[in-house]
Design a protein. Structure first.
Length: 142
């Protein structure tokens, strides 16, 4: 059975992507902790991060680093943080959150955001990724 992430990746359900390659995609979450909060999701549907192919996981973490640098630029924050939780959807995903502090990255602060706000944040992040040399991997808005 496909997860919601597999359906989004396949285009069966709309999603806001900022990155796409053969191994993973980076998409917005509909309940962001902060504007610009995204998830790095492998194309392979693997429930637990410790079961993701090691090479794929290394690639995902490199993408998370690239996205974090773009978030710092796009949202004017001193750093981005990552979290791997995975209880809510049985498909590995690495959250990457632009943050001013640890308090700014609390999942208890996540709320559903209007589609327009998510789209605007993803446009800023796409622009920063393009500006830093990753235009080939930047996914078009859909």
């Amino acid at each position: 059975m496909s997860t919601i992430f597999s359906k989004i990746i396949a285009g069966e359900i709309p999603g806001q992507f900022v990155w796409a390659d053969d191994v993973c995609v980076v998409m917005a979450t509909i309940e962001p902790v902060r504007p610009g909060h995204v998830m790095v999701v492998p194309r392979a549907e693997v429930a637990k991060f410790n079961e993701v192919d090691a090479g794929d996981f290394g690639h995902m973490m490199r993408v998370a680093q690239i996205v974090a640098s773009a978030q710092e630029k796009a949202f004017g924050v001193p750093r981005a943080v990552v979290a791997i939780l995975g209880f809510e959807v049985p498909h590995t995903h690495v959250h990457v959150i632009p943050a001013e502090s640890e308090e700014a990255a609390r999942f208890s602060d996540a709320v559903a955001a209007p589609a327009e706000e998510i789209a605007a944040a993803m446009d800023k992040l796409r622009a920063a990724l393009i500006e830093t040399g990753y235009a080939d991997q930047v996914a078009a808005a859909r």
